[in-house]
Design a protein around this ligand. Structure first.
Ligand SMILES: NC(=O)c1ccc[n+]([C@@H]2O[C@H](COP(=O)([O-])OP(=O)(O)OC[C@H]3O[C@@H](n4cnc5c(N)ncnc54)[C@H](OP(=O)(O)O)[C@@H]3O)[C@@H](O)[C@H]2O)c1
Length: 375
């Protein structure tokens, strides 16, 4: 159809609007198009994106605004296949079927297991046209975390670190390694991820809040996750006392050993037995919460764990112009190395006296390319 790309692009932009708040669902964009029976005079009759907390879905929101006319034709553009399983609500497919919409167009099939044998295929028998694959490549990148979660039981992982010019992550003379422009970008990054993970030493040394604190993003703080096997984080730390945001502690202790001060609202403990305490198991647990995009913010050892296990999809470094010398901690604590092909520089940006470097893992790109055809 001549206007497919135009309306899928609008649906894509709508999906981006819900990205920071749709957790635990992926953010979907939807546009209902009204036109004449010969596909002329097309215009938007309704639009929507996944709302806060994942409900209502984009299609339901878009349908709310449509005033269907008998003389017109209607098409529904969705970035992801409309759901057809029964969840908390009537499925989007059932809602669409109750309307005069005669074409359903989406970018990607939904990898959710509940969509296996989706009823959408059968709809064409009833005269509804079903088409998919519009802007597939762009949307696959956008939903990378969701696809990784559903196919590989792990989120998309972005490792973000602030470094000195000589590759250190601490600087005893300065509170912040990166400048204010860099830190603003970090708050955006946080809001676009479902969770932030740090090592327990980082909490003990820096006492970070790990929230989004710039104008407009205050309500988009992701879940905070700390690996803390012995659950020795006390009430001295913001992530324990500030319960406006959920904190998940990954521990190897039994339920009976959980200290009283951690048995509080919005503090969740994931227990993993010592023998199985590895990143694969941890990430599987994390993805079961619906976390599709995980931002790892250090420290050096945590960065090393993720790199050693080859779980880093994107690497983001904010580098300043200061040399601090050997007394400070190196960026990554990790024995081993990567070949020079693995992390390819994707973006380089000057932020006053800081440089932002974004690297993309090539093995994770290969995974994307291999899977895109199936959906
Ligand atoms: N510039 C930056 O971007 C940046 C960012 C963050 C932090 N930092 C700095 O980094 C420093 C902290 O870094 P760090 O490397 O010392 O610590 P870290 O990475 O923050 O914490 C070490 C983590 O490793 C875990 N761990 C240790 N041995 C393990 C094992 N065998 N199996 C599983 N988990 C294990 C610990 O868990 P347990 O609690 O279970 O032992 C802990 O969560 C601080 O000075 C902080 O200021 C800088």
């Amino acid at each position: 159809m001549h206007f497919d790309n135009k309306y899928m692009n609008i649906a894509f932009n709508l999906a981006k609007k819900g990205m920071a708040t749709s957790f635990p669902n992926p953010s979907v964009g939807c546009v209902i198009v009204e036109c004449t029976h010969d596909f002329k005079n097309d215009k938007i009759a309704g639009f929507g994106f996944t709302q806060k907390g994942g409900r209502p879905h984009a299609e339901a929101k878009a349908l709310e605004k449509v005033n269907f006319k008998k003389t017109k034709k209607y098409l529904c553009y969705s970035t992801l296949e409309p759901c057809s399983h029964f969840g908390r609500d009537v499925s989007c497919l059932d809602k669409i079927q109750k309307t005069p919409i005669s074409q359903i167009i989406f970018a990607l099939k939904d990898p959710d297991k509940r969509m296996k044998g989706s009823r959408i295929k059968k709809l064409s028998v009833d005269g509804t046209t079903i088409r998919s694959g519009i802007l597939k490549k762009d949307l696959f990148k956008f939903y990378e975390g969701y696809f990784l979660n559903k196919i590989k039981d792990r989120p998309k992982i972005t490792l973000k670190m602030a470094s000195t010019l000589d590759g250190k992550i601490t600087s005893s003379k300065k509170k912040w390694i990166s400048n204010s422009s860099s830190r603003k970008i970090v708050h955006h990054l946080r809001s676009n991820n479902d969770a932030i993970l740090v090592g327990s030493n980082t909490v003990k040394i820096d006492n970070p809040r790990l929230t989004c604190r710039i104008n407009g993003l205050e309500n988009t703080s992701p879940i905070r996750i700390v690996i803390n096997r012995k659950l020795d984080l006390t009430e001295d730390f913001h992530i324990i006392t500030d319960r406006s945001v959920k904190t998940i502690l990954i521990s190897s202790l039994n339920k009976e050993q959980i200290p009283k001060h951690l048995k509080k609202k919005n503090i969740e403990i994931i227990n993993i037995k010592n023998k199985k305490f590895n990143l694969k198991t941890i990430l599987k647990e994390i993805s079961s919460f619906g976390i599709n995009n995980l931002l790892v913010e250090g420290g050096a050892r945590m960065a090393g764990f993720f790199l050693k296990s080859k779980f880093v999809d994107e690497l983001i470094i904010f580098r300043n112009n200061i040399i601090v010398g050997d007394a400070e901690l190196s960026l990554i604590k990790f024995k081993g190395n990567y070949n020079e092909e693995e992390f390819q520089l994707k973006k380089l940006m000057k932020l006053k006296n800081n440089i932002l470097e974004i690297y993309r893992s090539q093995s994770s790109l290969i995974f994307l390319k291999k899977n895109i055809e199936k959906y």
